[in-house]
Design a protein around this ligand. Structure first.
Ligand SMILES: [Cu+2]
Length: 97
């Protein structure tokens, strides 16, 4: 998945339930973006550079940076978003089914 100015690509992700998967993010934009989602509670950071998986503090993704984390989450629909000012349209949905 990439973050751009000002959207997530793609903004809908479907993943099979039952096995862990790697969620990889790259910030292809010129602005800082965040990846904030309840699914992070089920994630383990693999090689993140600037992002924290602490859901109390938004995960900051600087331009040109990427991160990967492994997720093992129960089936469900998990919204993700960027909470930076003016980025209210940056939202997406991760569906584990
Ligand atoms: Cu953003």
């Amino acid at each position: 998945m990439t973050t751009e100015d000002y959207r997530f690509v793609p903004n809908v992700l479907r993943v099979k339930a039952g096995s862990p998967f790697i969620l990889a993010l790259y910030n292809a934009g010129r602005e800082d973006h965040e990846f904030v989602s309840p699914v992070l509670a089920y994630g383990t950071e693999k090689s993140g550079e600037t992002m924290t998986l602490d859901t109390a503090a938004p995960g900051l993704l600087k331009p040109g940076r990427s991160l990967r984390f492994q997720v093992s989450a129960p089936p469900g629909t998990y919204l993700y978003s960027c909470r930076r000012k003016g980025h209210a349209n940056m939202t997406g949905t991760l569906i584990i089914e």
